[in-house]
Design a protein around this ligand. Sequence first.
Ligand code: PHE
Length: 340
Amino acid sequence: MDLIQELETLEREGREAVGTVRDADALEALRVRLLGRKEGRLTAILRQLAQLPPEQKPVIGAAANRVKDALTELLETRAAELEAESGGAAAGLDLTLPGRTAWRGARHPVTLVVDEITAVFRSLGFTRARGPEAETDWYNFVSLNTPLDHPAADAADTFYLSPGVLLRSHTSPVQIRTMQAFQPPIRVLIPGMVYRRDPFDASHAPGFEQIEGLAVDEGITFADLKATLAEFARRLFGPAAKVRFRPSFFPFTEPSAEVDVTCFLCGAKGCSACKGTGWMEIMGAGMVDPAVFEAVGYDPERWTGWAFGMGPGRIALLRYGIPDIRLLYESDTRFLQQFA
Ligand code: PHE
């Protein structure tokens, strides 16, 4: 019998056999008998191909492929029929169940505020930097003109991981890391988590987000700081927003200021959020102390600069009227979905 005939016989017998199969196991056994790689009948035929003269090989090969495709399709069709007859996967389905609603994600309210603030400063020419949350006491305090006997460095206020190593209590150490890595001019915005040993209550959390800003160049003055923060307030809170500076103290800035913005809830008329004053305190700021420049090897005679630090979490609480800071940490989707 020539091979073409054998192939035709295989296809015919295969077709008949498929029709008589009653379950999936028998169907699989049949597939192996017909098309199985090692012992299948098609394989047996193809083995004989080797002995044929070269001009016949492609003809028989093509015929073999056609038979293989035809049988494969028959087997698959029969498999689908058997599945449907038995009820198949559909047997376990309850079509009366309500559908699942898609779960829509939402950005966290603090992330919303951080992203907005970052966008404002990006448009003012600031790049963004990050630094480690586990810091040495040199980066967190000493380089920032804060001796280790300062109360802020006390273990009662700062989380120490081991002697000399701590969870940073502000983002200011990234000022130092940025200045060590780059030469002026510098304009950088530094968002990140900071940690303090505060009790967890309605208005305090032991870990929270901060955003640090730093500008260093030749001839930078306090007027640049005021103009930049005034523009920032207008872009974040609207064209009528104003800022005011009150004298303050930070070891790493001189002079230093607390910066207030006109209350963005009542439009400075006076409300409970601003305690009737029309102003909200939003950040600390000041001119970089020359001692800080010396710590990073910058010449304080040549360079001047300013820095600020603010808490976007506090701004989020005020802006969205969130009554308790703990809501920001509980991952309660009923709360978070409101920001979707
Ligand atoms: N690091 C200060 C704080 O955490 C904020 C600050 C940053 C003040 C930069 C002045 C300049 O309170």
